[in-house]
Design a protein around this ligand. Structure first.
Ligand code: GCV
Length: 690
């Protein structure tokens, strides 16, 4: 009996130890499976000299020990002979305050940095070298972040629902805060620090005013305490009408002295709770949110009032440029530029304007936003969306780094590439309380890539997406080169695959209403014109596409002449942008020699075929991946395949009513009618009920 119980317990323990449920993200510190390398690493790290007399240095040191214990099965002695890992705070020429160097000096490895944060980042970098099984015998690394602001934006509501969140509830268990500090908060901070993220906006940009009341500030302060040793500053989204909502004032006019005084006092109060508070993120006069325009004032008036309140505390204001107005008949793609360009140079120095990567809204493909390069006197942040609102939620495998990089590397023809015109990146988080954090194991790669890109990019021409994917796969799954290459190919192809089965050739915003999951190109009765897919594709019997040239909305004029020329002529415009810029006939000759209709069919069919290719590939990888994560991904790929078929069939059947041309002879026939797809409703899709 005793023996059975013991065996049972043993098996349970074994199972628990082996379970790979995705919780550890890329911070998996398992014993290195290459014996020769393991020996080398062990002898290179016999001793350690790591004075840690502050919470941040202690966090860095603990991480190093945790990592080495797992990866090497031993930790270095804290002193004595042998090869030593030496950590030193030291000023270095050409290093930014967050940078570090890792060098081999007489058989020792020396990590130096001008600040504690640099040491922390250097430790994570070093652990990554071991995890990805890199040589460490001749290290000569100097690394500084390309961009100073690397921030996650959580669209988490105070009731724990996450707007556009597909990985469960908010990670912040507001109800038990400030007292209960879940271990997940620390693990979240570790994961962020490991990829250089240095800020987090805790709450939704559609902000509740309550976040600024004492109870909630205390909760935010408690999170800030957990994040501080990991170099992460807390920011809050604020509602512009807060002085009225919770302050008892009759106005929120930014030029009203009482309003200004209210914000000043509020700022002082916040800094008593969170001495290193980062600042405010503001969505104003956008999608129904209040803002300075309610009082006839400009975005600059609103931002500057808040900037003055935070300035004595060195806080910043991040003011979003995601604005469009229902009353304005102007093409939505033009509106942010129209409102913000004239304000260039009018913002206080502690204001940054946050601009989405494209002028509409996180579509599978958009041209870069025309404000990049157009506001030389205003620091800009690039906002990208990690959560896949328009890219199949957490059900579809879509590696987003190539999308982000397409924008970062786009030439503004004013000040170089987009990456050269920005001071930082903000990523709308895809994190929730799901055990694996992001819903899809591969969605973790988008969180990872966001941090790594924000650290690495900055005008350097090299493409990073593939290198970052390699790093992530090696840390997340395996160092087996064949497996790494096979997964990498899948990841690198996945964004284009999604574009093909959703919105090929420059189509955009033809998703189902409100939840944005699945196709809805026929939708025409949303309460705002520009919430309707028909507004964006403008299909008729003559053709399809949005004319944004001088014969149409002329959104093209908002770009520099050099940028314009690539898109201006419908015959020269690259196929991938065609229907974004032009309304062309169904028989328009594409660069491939096919007609537009034939090309559209080809893309939609290729999209579905490629999802099936991903499924086959994943199937072949089964022996190389642990069963739990393999199966999770396999099941999600099955959802993706089903959805891709629906996208293809629904869109082609719908556009066929205008093109009046047949589907390709040999192709798989749609299994349902257009009416069937039009009636397909999804109740309670995640991410919408706020
Ligand atoms: C937070 C899109 C999303 C909204 C989001 C908005 C924004 O419109 O659908 O859910 O609101 O962008 O970025 O403010």
């Amino acid at each position: 009996m005793k023996r059975t119980v013991f065996l049972g317990l043993f098996l349970l323990l074994l199972n628990a130890l082996q379970a790979e449920d995705g919780y550890r993200l890329w911070l998996r510190y398992d014993l290195i499976d290459n014996k020769a390398l393991l020996q080398q690493y062990r002898s290179a790290l016999s001793a350690m000299s790591f004075p840690a007399n502050s919470p941040m240095l202690a966090a860095a040191r603990n991480e190093l020990l945790l990592g080495l214990q797992g990866l090497l099965g031993q930790t270095p002695r804290s002193s004595g002979p042998g090869n030593t890992f030496i950590v030193r705070l030291e000023n270095q020429k050409d290093l930014s305050p967050e940078g570090f160097t890792l060098r081999t000096v007489q058989k020792n490895i020396v990590l130096t940095a001008p600040t504690e944060k640099g040491i922390l980042y250097g430790v994570f970098h070093f652990l990554r070298l071991l995890q990805t099984q890199q040589p460490i015998d001749h290290l000569d690394i100097a690394s500084s972040p390309a961009l100073p602001y690397r921030i996650l934006d959580h669209w988490d509501n105070l009731n724990r629902r996450v707007e556009r969140g597909y990985a469960g509830l908010s990670l912040w268990d507001w109800f038990t805060l400030p007292t209960y500090k879940d271990q997940r908060y620390t693990d979240y901070a570790r994961a962020n620090a490991s990829i250089g993220i240095n800020g987090t906006v805790l709450n939704n940009v559609n902000a509740s005013p309550y976040i600024l009341t004492p109870d909630w500030l205390e909760k935010a302060a408690s999170l800030a305490d957990v994040f501080r040793p990991y170099g992460i500053r807390v920011y809050l989204s604020v509602r512009f009408s807060s002085p009225m909502d919770i302050g008892g004032l009759h106005t929120a006019d930014p030029l009203d002295p009482a309003v200004r005084e209210w914000w000043r006092k509020k700022a002082d109060e916040i800094y008593r709770y969170i001495p290193d508070f980062g600042g405010f993120l503001v969505k104003a006069n956008s999608e129904g949110q209040p803002g300075p325009q309610n009082y006839g004032r400009t975005h600059a008036d609103g931002a500057n009032m808040l900037a003055e309140a935070l300035e004595p505390h060195q806080g910043i204001i991040i003011w979003r440029a995601f604005v469009y107005s229902n009353e304005t008949p102007e093409d939505r793609a033009r509106q942010a530029y129209t409102e913000f360009k004239p304000l260039d140079g009018q913002f206080h120095k502690n204001v940054l304007v946050q601009v989405k990567n494209g002028p509409i809204d996180f579509q599978p493909r958009e041209p870069f936003h025309p404000l990049f390069g157009a506001m030389p006197n205003t620091p800009l942040l690039l906002e990208v969306q990690l959560t896949q609102e328009y890219l199949g939620f957490s059900s579809h495998l879509v590696y987003l780094a190539p999308l982000f990089e397409e924008c970062l590397n786009a030439d503004t023809h004013i000040n170089g590439t987009v990456s050269k015109t920005i001071k930082g990146m903000a990523g709308v988080a895809n994190i929730g309380n799901d055990r694996n954090w992001c819903g899809h194991i591969f969605a973790q790669a988008n969180w990872y890539a966001f941090g790594r890109l924000a650290w690495e990019t900055g005008g350097k021409a090299a493409p990073y997406s593939a290198a970052i994917a390699t790093e992530w796969i090696r840390q997340t799954f395996t160092n087996d080169p064949k497996v790494v290459d096979s997964i990498k190919e899948m990841m690198m192809a996945s964004r284009e695959i999604a574009v093909n089965y959703m919105t090929p050739l420059g189509l955009h915003h033809i998703m189902a209403y409100e939840h944005h999951y699945g196709p809805g190109p026929w939708l025409a009765n949303a309460k705002r014109a520009d919430w309707n897919p028909v507004y964006y594709h403008k299909a008729d019997t003559a053709g399809v596409g949005f004319d944004r040239t001088p014969t149409g909305s002329n959104a093209l004029e908002q770009y520099a002449p050099g940028a314009r020329t690539q898109w201006a002529d419908s015959n020269a415009c690259p196929d991938q942008w065609l229907l974004w810029w032009h309304h062309v006939s169904w028989n328009h000759r594409m660069h491939t020699g096919r007609t537009l209709w034939a090309e559209l069919c080809r893309k939609y069919y290729a999209g579905v075929d490629s999802v099936r290719w991903m499924q086959r590939r994943w199937n072949a990888l089964r022996p190389a991946i642990d069963p739990e994560r393999w199966q999770q991904v396999d099941m999600r790929l099955a959802i993706q395949e089903k959805n891709a078929v629906e996208w293809r069939n629904a869109c082609l059947l719908y556009f066929q009513t205008f093109s009046r041309q047949p589907l390709p002879e040999t192709a798989e026939r749609p299994d349902h009618t257009l009416e069937y797809y039009q009636q397909h409703k999804i109740d309670y899709a995640p991410g919408t009920n706020q």
